[in-house]
Design a protein around this ligand. Structure first.
Ligand SMILES: [Zn+2]
Ligand SMILES: [Zn+2]
Length: 265
């Protein structure tokens, strides 16, 4: 069991993450002072954050994640396409991370029953959750910049293609968040904190270890006091995964449309 502390020790987190930026893969060897901590999930509050919700990123990635767009931003064609390209790249990373997290989550009840080592399960779950939340935030930060672009400065065809791209991107984000929330509910369903994976403490509404508010899974119980119906949760995960895959496909089309509109084609 980890010590109930909310104070993330930067060195311990860097060590755990092998001193590599979990967003772009930059290692400390290239810039020993360039690593920073980024809080994921619901941990965006002032005050210390538990290490389970802290992730190692490099300084440029932290800057990108925290950058706030101005209003009515004017971008030239190259800068606009670059932003669309970055968003698409990040979406690709996110879709893979969500699929990996979903598959891990659906295996949790079986693995727990099979007596898999608790520390291994916890480690895998907490890491996969961190990476998926970081990936989602990375797309959010790019989408925010795209939303800030002043459409009136764009060619109508570009503005139209961009609107479709932004709409698809926002829809995908919400589907992916939904899948992550369902995966977290699986952890809660086996009696674990959906953030740090420590056993849920009786009579508490927040986790005494990581301070996250416990996930309410009452809706997934056939009757109060009964176990969570995991098959229903898994069905919901699969349905949302399918919806997200459809949205990803149409987004590819929107990306191409933006590129073509920018080329004046
Ligand atoms: Zn980085
Ligand atoms: Zn916790």
């Amino acid at each position: 069991m980890t010590t109930p502390s909310r104070h993330g020790d930067p060195d311990a987190v860097f060590e755990r993450d092998e001193r590599i930026c979990r967003r772009c893969g930059t290692g400390a060897a290239e810039d020993p002072n360039g690593l920073a901590l980024y809080p994921v999930g619901d941990a965006h509050e002032p005050g210390p954050v538990h290490e389970s919700a802290l992730v190692t990123v490099c300084a440029p990635c932290l800057g990108s994640l925290e950058s706030v767009p101005g209003e009515d931003v004017v971008l030239d064609d190259d800068a606009l396409f670059d932003l669309v390209r970055q968003t698409t790249e990040r979406q690709g990373v996110t879709v893979s991370a969500v699929a990996a997290f979903a598959s891990l989550a659906t295996e949790l009840p079986g693995k727990l029953e099979a007596g898999e080592h608790d520390g291994d399960l916890a480690g895998e779950y907490v890491q996969a959750r961190r990476e998926v939340l970081l990936a989602i935030d990375s797309v959010d930060s790019r989408l925010e910049h795209l939303h800030a672009v002043d459409d009136s400065t764009l060619e109508p065809a570009v503005a139209e293609a961009l609107t479709a791209f932004r709409g698809g991107g926002t829809k995908l984000q919400s589907e992916l968040r939904g899948i992550v929330a369902l995966g977290e509910s699986v952890a809660a369903g086996i009696g674990r904190c959906h953030g740090c994976f420590e056993p849920i403490a009786d009579g508490e509404s927040r986790c005494p270890v990581c301070d996250l508010e416990y996930r309410d899974v009452e809706d997934w119980r056939p009757a109060p006091g009964e176990g969570v119906a995991f098959h229903r949760l898994f069905e919901a995960i699969n349905e949302t995964l399918q919806a997200a895959s459809g949205t990803t496909e149409s987004l590819t089309g929107h990306t191409t449309a933006v590129a073509e509109a920018l080329r004046g084609g």
